[in-house]
Design a protein around this ligand. Structure first.
Ligand code: GN1
Ligand code: MG
Length: 355
């Protein structure tokens, strides 16, 4: 590791001692750089903050402050790790023009995919409990850390704009673009929902690897990646769970024929999430969950495709075609969800309308 980073980090956080530290890459995030800091005295997570994606670090601070206040009023069954303050009492430390944050290390396990179906229930319950806990924070008081982050309609328009200025697309690129453009009815449905649903404080990035499970995988110890936490709709959080947990393979898979929705996992996710939100969710919100997975899968497909056409400027890639492959993966998964809409509605009726 870079020794200058070691010594500068120790200046910012005097409890770290340079001659004892090891700093190594950690985790699977696509936006920030995540490093594990180890010393005989403990472990921390050092995060290289991505300022190209998050242009408003002060808005993140504002939102985390509101979370912190809520945590003083009401307990949560898991932790929300916040950045540690440096010697200047700031959560951000600048080194060679880059910004870093330090977090306490939360012991436990992270998964890229569930190993047992019960883990779907446990993760979804945690995100549902989070929404319930956060409902007393007025959503309007949270600031947009990435403006229009999950606006499906705007992401759709962006892909139209970017693709129309590109000539000479490959045949397969055109096929996938056409598929996404054929999804206009989903965009129309989404726009109708915006008028029916209350704005809530939601997490907005409920991938399975954004929860830390206890070592025995029986409960959630922490919910992480809080930078996109802001106003949004419950369908976003439930939808991203469906996208990342109820799929047979991860979003990076290229085994096209094996990518599909697993209804039994959808059912467990809905049981868990619903248990967290049923005391306060409106009828319209409850209904909106059914298509949440489709909306979030479509958004990610549009975003991956747009990034592919723009030359991979946003998401970290391990090979040049990866964003194109991710967009194809999301297309296949979206088709699988749409072919099972009726079955999912039946599951929804059993869980949500049981009485
Ligand atoms: C990004 O940072 P990470 O990997 O947890 C992205 C999410 C996407 C996800 C896809 C700020 O999350 O919106 O769902 O990649 N975060 C941002 O894997 O764009
Ligand atoms: Mg993450």
């Amino acid at each position: 590791m870079n020794h200058q980073l070691d010594s500068r980090i120790c200046e910012y956080y005097p409890f770290l001692k340079r001659d004892e530290l090891s700093i190594t890459p950690f985790g699977e995030g696509l936006i920030h750089e995540t490093l594990l800091v180890e010393s005989p005295k403990g472990k921390w997570i050092l995060q290289g903050f991505n300022e190209k994606v998050f242009n408003y670090p002060d808005r993140i601070d504002h939102n985390l402050g509101l979370l912190y206040q809520q945590a003083e009023k009401k307990k949560l069954p898991f932790t929300l790790p916040l950045p540690l303050l440096n010697r200047d009492r700031s959560g951000l430390s600048e080194i060679n023009g880059l910004k870093y944050r330090l977090f306490e290390f939360v012991a436990g396990k992270t998964l890229q995919q569930i190993e047992q179906i019960e883990q779907a229930y446990i993760a979804a319950l945690a995100y549902g409990e989070f929404a319930s806990w956060a409902k007393d924070i007025p959503a309007q008081s949270m600031q947009e850390t990435i403006p229009h982050f999950h606006r499906l309609d705007l992401r759709f328009e962006k892909l139209i704009e970017v693709s129309s200025s590109k000539g000479n697309l490959e045949k397969e690129e055109v096929e996938i673009l056409d598929f996404y453009f054929s999804q206009k009815p989903l965009v129309d449905w989404y726009q109708k929902q915006l008028k029916l649903l209350p704005l809530r404080v939601v997490h907005n990035d409920t991938k399975i690897n954004n929860v830390i499970f206890s070592e025995d995988l029986k409960r959630v110890s922490a919910v992480i990646d809080l930078d996109t936490l802001m106003g949004g709709y419950l369908l976003y959080d439930f939808g991203d769970l469906v996208r990342t947990v109820a799929c047979s393979l991860t979003e990076t898979s290229t085994q096209w024929d094996a990518i599909h929705l697993i209804p039994e996992i959808f059912s467990k996710l809905l049981q868990g999430y619903w248990e967290g939100i049923e005391t306060f969710a409106s009828k319209e919100e409850a209904e909106s969950l059914i298509l949440g997975g489709e909306v979030m899968t479509m958004i990610m497909g549009l975003r991956f495709f747009t990034d592919h056409l723009q030359g991979n400027i946003y998401y970290r890639v391990s090979y040049p075609e990866q964003n194109f492959h991710r967009a194809k993966n999301q297309m296949i998964f979206l088709k699988s969800q749409q072919s099972q809409r009726e079955a999912l509605r039946e599951i929804w009726k059993e869980i949500v309308q049981k009485d």
